[in-house]
Structures are given as C-alpha cells and as structure tokens.
Design a protein around this ligand. Structure first.
Ligand SMILES: [Zn+2]
Ligand SMILES: [Zn+2]
Length: 140
C-alpha cells in the first residue's frame, strides 16, 4: 500500500503539512534527523513549524510509515520501504554516520529465544556502536 494511502486509511486527515514531512523523509537518502528534515522543508516552505515536523514524525512512526533509530542522544528517521524493517543499524561514534546492516540470522535467533519464553515479539531494534570504516582508518 502506498504510504500516503496508509495515512488516509487510518482515518487521519492528510494535511498538506503531513504530506510535506513524509515527502521530505522519503526523499532523504538514508537516515535523517528531525533537524535535517526541518532544514530541508524550510527551504521549500519558509517558516514551517518545527513542532509540526516533530509531531508528524511521531505519527509516521506510530503508523509504521517511518522508523526511528536511536543514536544515543538524538534520533534519526527513515521512511519504511518494503523489507526495510528487517535491517539493523550501526552508528559511528566519530562522524555520527548511520549504516544499515541485514542480519537475518540475528532476527531468527531472537525470535526463537523469545518464543521459548512465550514472548510475543513485534520488532527488534539493534544499534551497534563503534567506528565506520573511514573513521577507523583515520584513527589507525
Ligand atoms: Zn565515521
Ligand atoms: Zn536504516
């Protein structure tokens, strides 16, 4: 289902502001902080309310249209695409970049372990912290 259709489907008003925030997120390659999205949107719509961006991001996460990645002190967001809920994240402590990794075995292991104790699992959030290849090279 189209993401904007999904918003409509949940009975929520598809306000132009919500459309704009979702479009900015979908256009952003990789992971965007709320601040980055605010800057991108204010280029198109000067004076756009920051609180609207924050509130809409919360809503998109709630609807399963966006995913929040916890980066320690800050959060980044990404639009959910087909199968993208299966990836996990690596965060570089030096440059702050976020890298996607696919580790299906990890998810299988967690599913097996949780079902053994009768836990109903919705999702797994794994965030690995360290240094990206470029930063690790520079520090070596
Ligand atoms: Zn780095
Ligand atoms: Zn990601």
């Amino acid at each position: 289902m189209d993401a904007l259709e999904a918003i409509r489907d949940k009975g929520l008003r598809l306000t132009p502001q919500r459309r704009l925030v979702y479009a900015a997120l979908a256009e952003h390659a990789g992971h965007a902080t709320a601040d980055q999205l605010c800057s991108a949107i204010s280029l198109k719509v000067p004076g756009f309310q920051r609180t609207t961006v924050y509130r809409t991001l919360d809503l998109l996460v709630e609807l399963g249209l966006a995913r929040r990645v916890q980066l320690g002190h800050a959060s980044a967001y990404e639009a959910v695409r087909d199968g993208s809920e299966l990836h996990q994240h690596l965060v570089c402590e030096v440059c702050g970049s976020t890298t996607d990794i696919w580790v299906p075995q990890l998810l299988d292991g967690v599913r097996t372990a949780t079902s053994q104790i009768g836990f109903e699992l919705d999702q797994v959030e794994l965030v690995g912290h360290g240094r990206c290849r470029a930063c690790a090279r520079q520090l070596a």
